[in-house]
Each structure stands twice: as C-alpha cells, then as structure tokens.
Write a protein that binds this ligand. Sequence first.
Ligand SMILES: Cc1cc2nc3c(=O)[nH]c(=O)nc-3n(C[C@H](O)[C@H](O)[C@H](O)COP(=O)(O)OP(=O)(O)OC[C@H]3O[C@@H](n4cnc5c(N)ncnc54)[C@H](O)[C@@H]3O)c2cc1C
Ligand code: SF4
Length: 488
Amino acid sequence: MAPETAVVPKPAPPKLNPVRVPIPEEPAAERVADFREVLHAYSREDAILEAKRCIQCRRPWCVEACPITQDAREYIRLIAAADFDGAARVTLREDPLATCLCKVCYHYCEDACVVKKKGVPIAIRQLKRAALDYGRSDLVYVPSRPKGQRVAVVGSGPAGLEVAWELGVRGYSVTVFEQEARFGGLMQTIPPYRMTDEDVETDRARFRDLDITWRRGVKVGVDFPVDRLLREDGYQAVFLGIGTPLHRILSVEGERRPGVLPALDFLKRVNRGEDVPVGREIVVVGGGDVAMDAVRTALRRSRGGRVTLVYRRGREEMPADAEEVHGAESEGIRFLFQRAPVRIVGGDRVEGLVVQSMELGPPDAGGRRRPVPIDGSEETLPCDTVIVAVGQRADLAGFGDELGLRLTAQGWPEGRGPGFQTAVPGIFAAGGRSVVYAMGSAAEAAEEIDRYLAARRGETTGPRPDPFGGPAAFARPAGYTTPIRLPP
Ligand SMILES: Cc1cc2nc3c(=O)[nH]c(=O)nc-3n(C[C@H](O)[C@H](O)[C@H](O)COP(=O)(O)OP(=O)(O)OC[C@H]3O[C@@H](n4cnc5c(N)ncnc54)[C@H](O)[C@@H]3O)c2cc1C
Ligand code: SF4
C-alpha cells in the first residue's frame, strides 16, 4: 500500500484592508487665504493603524519602485509595532532628504503597492513622516575612514546633496558649490503649503559631522572654468548636479508685456517672502507640477481673485501628479483643456490671452495624444496676469562640448558613460525628473565616483557603509528582485 502523504494546508493569504486611514487635510475654503500647510501628519495612533494595513509582501514592490531603494516595508513594520525610533533610523539610513521627501515625494512606492490592486495603497509617504515626527530623527551621519581625496559637487539640488552625502559617508572630503544664496535647488521653489526651507535645513543638519564644505554664490563654469577644479584646486573628481534652473518660454507675441511672469521666478520670489504683485484675473499656462504649484500659489496671492489653468492637451494627458491636480481643483481653480496660447494682448499691461482650441490626434513618440489646432477657434481670455509654466531647461554657460553632456527629454544634463561619467575623465553629471529620481541617479553616479577614486588609490570598493557607523553596509532587503522604474 502506498504511504499516505500528509496534506499541508496552504497558509491563508494575509487579509487586505483596502481602506486608507484618512490623511488630515486643512479645509480648502480656509487654506487658500494663506500659505499654511495643506496636509497634516497622522497622529501616532493613526500611523500605527495605517501601518497595520501593510501585508509585508515577500517581494517588496514598494522598495523595488523606489529610486533610492528605501526599505519602506521595514519602517512600516516597525511603525506597526510602535517602534518609531527604529522606523526613523531605517528611514534616514537610506534617505538623507527624508524631511523633504516625506512631504513632496511623488511616492512611486504607493503606485506599486500591492494593496492598490484592491483599494487605496498604503500611505507610505505619510508613514515616513510619522517615523520622523514620532521617532528620534535628530540623528547625525558619521563618516567612515577618511580617504584623503577631494570631490567638488556643483549644484545643491537633490542630486548634489545626495552625492555629497554618499561620498561624505564614505570618507571623502566634499565641497558643494551653489550659485544661489540658498541650498536645495528646485526644492526652493516648492510652495510653503507643501514644504518649507526649514525642511531642507533639517535634513542638511544631519550632515554636520561629514567632511563637507558649503559654498554659496559661486557659479562654476562662469566664475572659473570647471576643469580648474581638477587641474589646480586639488579635487580628484567633480559631480555636476546643475539641474534645470532656467524657464522655457511660450514664444508667442506679447510675451514681454508687464504682467507676464515665468512660473519659476514667480514661485522662487514668493518663497523668498517677496510681495510679488499679481492681478485678480490670472491665467497659468501649462499642465505639469510647476503649473499646479503656480495656480495654487497665484490663488493665495490674488486675495480672492480668479485663477484659470490653460493646457493644450486633455486631463488624461496632464503630467501633473494626481494629488496636486485634486488639490488645485478642490481649491476652485478653473481648468481649460485643449487650448493653446496664440498671443498675449494688451497695452502697458496684459489684458488677455488669446487661445486656440485643439483636438487630440494620434499619440506622439512619448505616447501622449498630439494636440492639433482647430482653424477659426480662437478666443480671448480676459486677464491681467499670465504665468508661464511650460518647463525648465539647463544653464550650460561654461560647460562646453568637451563634456559630451546629453540633455534628457525633461531638460537636465547628464553624462553618457557608465555611472553618468562625462567624456572628461573624473567629471560626472546627473539629475532627475523628481526629487527622488534625481537622488537615485546621483546615488548611481556617487557609486561610480567611489569606484573611480578607489582605483586611483589602488583599492576596490563595496556598498555604502552604514551612515550611522554601524557594522552593516547597505544591502537590498530580502525578496527584492528587480527595480521597477518609469520609462525615461
Ligand atoms: C515648482 C516645482 C515643484 C516641484 N515639486 C516637486 C515635488 O513635489 N516632488 C518632486 O519629487 N519633485 C518636484 N519638483 C521637481 C524637483 O524639484 C526636481 O526634479 C529636482 O529638484 C531635480 O534635482 P537636481 O538636483 O537634478 O536639480 P535642481 O534641483 O535643478 O538643482 C540644481 C542646482 O544646481 C545649481 N546650479 C546650476 N548651475 C550651477 C553652476 N554653474 N554653479 C553652481 N550651481 C549651479 C542650481 O542653482 C540648483 O541649485 C518640482 C520642481 C519645481 C520647479
Ligand atoms: S507593497 Fe504595499 S503592502 Fe507590500 S510591503 Fe510594500 S507597502 Fe506593504
């Protein structure tokens, strides 16, 4: 008789709760009066409840979707166990800009979270905030053995800050050169109702024991040539994280009229506390995140005025983050889709924006439907202010062809070689479409810079050491398979 085989019951799949603990939000009608914070932190208890919804997937989709491989699964597990100190440490172990990211990250992790298949994904970004708010987050990074080599980092946006951190933790001596008076790059244009300057400074304070020198008001390439850093100034490698500090223009008639403002300038000046005058009937042109920040900031500055967004494609094609679009809509912004600006009319000041209706044709190379003008469909939108938010571009003054830089579709320059090496040995360049993407590519560049400098010392390198001086170097969490990334 054949022996009986025991039937081992399959473990029941973990119960999935599709309903998110609501994120506290300032009422729309009241928040538009000023720049108060819109989204508030979870309470401790709510954070624990939300963390308990996580089913701790064996394959951590959320981690695979994160450009900096943040172990969200682990900090969520610790929050569910009410260990906020542990959660803060895990968060800061891989994320040197956690105070900023817990407020403005586009949370690719939440898009990949398995719970999204049945309901609302885990509020991973909000839980990161809870880890920092309720755990010990005033930790300080510790450099490992000094390497005796110097690296110049040009630009203090997320990419530059990430490289400074990665290399500072590995024991290199780093100097950060920033042309502006403040550090943080384009994060300095994000309105205070989402994040503030203090958030950047809170993160930067944890760098204080690393060997990093901070230099403001220096425009490398213009104040002195970039190769001087390698030839004369004693640096063995240079990282260019110069991003996209300039605005693109509409290229329509009347764009130089008073009352036309580039969104980047407008947002930067408002953030600096300047009283930037806007009218009562404002039109913002664009469909991305900068346009969303511009409409919501203009509304707050207009003291009861009306703000209209004009976008040449449809709602579906808008590249802006859904959360920001929802925020703008609930604050009463008027959206006009499938309209493209033709000219700006007026006398001494703007009096209107002439737009033409568009129909959507077949998809272009990027997969979005191409807007096609409809003859005879022009109309004038009366307005006293036009804010232009149609993209940013790099400032390559002083960075010559010898670097062989590639400009990406969104405009930032990067090196074409492995680890973003440029055509000049020892010079690397990277950046990104969002804070965390810029950090992810910068982390890759930092690894390559480390390899390059180690080879010059006759050594090999390993993964990033524990930034708090512990014994365990960086390792991907158990179950991690392949990175999940947006198409370029
Ligand atoms: C209004 C606005 C809102 C945004 N909101 C979000 C958001 O909510 N979430 C998100 O993830 N992303 C957001 N982004 C995008 C995000 O800010 C960028 O993707 C990110 O900052 C890019 O980082 P980076 O380091 O590559 O470049 P940048 O942030 O552009 O930084 C480059 C830095 O280099 C400096 N620099 C340039 N040339 C020189 C030079 N020659 N010498 C010295 N310094 C130089 C610049 O002054 C700047 O400080 C937003 C962007 C804008 C404009
Ligand atoms: S994918 Fe979602 S459910 Fe799975 S571990 Fe990550 S946060 Fe938890």
